[in-house]
Design a protein around this ligand. Structure first.
Ligand code: UDP
Length: 237
């Protein structure tokens, strides 16, 4: 069966790695993601992952602890590298080839980001894991997802969340919230919906890069998406 998406960028939040633990990296979640990534690779999909760091540290948290914002942001970026290393290790254990690519140079543990090299890894069906965001403070890993997805010519960004798509209101708070199957970039903005932060979202909108928001806890969703089934909410022009 022909794939709907041949090259995808999957955005996983750091929080999604912690499972029920409330902090750190849950072995169950690692194995949950590894199996799915492995499945996609076996289907022939080219897979890039951008991993967040919110399970360990967020820049905005820093202010509360008296740490300067920029310093805190770098701490957050380092947190994403820890997560990336965990994912790589888990993929390796399952025989899935991968490369960890860091936006901050750390040559002992990760490759530097070189666009053509990253694309070459994808062509060779290695999972690439982008860590350290875009390497600059004041950004988020959503921005990294939007930037790298554009750079590597991904067909779509798959943004994994706890909910199964974009709703008219927060479904965890408002029982009348309705889910969108598809929604335009403009509509997301005019309705004040939160899909990604604005910097990231605008980059996708301006370059017409579709985003699918989906429930990352359902183990079948990723394969359904690449096969063209309607899962979650599709944001397009
Ligand atoms: N961060 C940054 N620049 C980037 C990416 C991340 O400064 O390009 C910092 C920022 O402080 C952020 C933290 O790293 O809070 C962790 O990333 P994020 O909050 O995006 O992770 P997620 O919410 O996806 O777990």
């Amino acid at each position: 069966m022909a794939l709907k998406y041949n090259r995808v960028l999957i955005k996983l939040s750091g929080e999604s790695l912690m499972g029920d633990n409330g902090y750190g990296i849950s072995p169950d979640m690692l194995s949950h993601y590894t199996k799915q990534l492995q499945y996609l690779v076996n289907m022939g999909v080219e897979v890039a992952v951008v991993i967040g760091g919110g399970n360990i540290f967020r820049g905005l948290q820093a202010a509360e602890s008296g740490i300067e914002r920029v310093q805190g942001d770098y701490m957050g970026m380092l947190a994403t590298v820890i997560n990336g290393m965990a994912i790589q290790s888990s993929l390796e254990k399952h025989g899935v080839y991968s490369r960890l690519i860091s936006a901050i140079e750390m040559k002992e543990i990760a490759e530097p980001y070189i666009r053509r090299r990253a694309i070459r890894h994808l062509e060779k069906k290695r999972v690439i894991i982008f860590a350290a965001g875009i390497g600059s403070p004041y950004f988020t890993t959503d921005s990294a997802a939007a930037l790298r997805a554009n750079e590597i010519n991904a067909d779509v960004i798959l943004k994994g969340t706890r909910v199964d798509g974009i709703y008219s209101a927060d479904p965890e708070k408002d029982p009348n919230a309705v889910k969108y199957d598809t929604i335009s970039f403009d509509n997301v903005i005019s309705s004040g919906l939160q899909v990604m932060d604005m910097t990231a979202f605008t980059l996708c909108k301006e370059n017409n890069l579709p985003i699918i928001v989906f429930d990352v806890n359902d183990p079948d969703n990723l394969k359904k998406i690449v096969n063209g089934e309607d899962v979650g909410t599709l944001v397009t022009q």
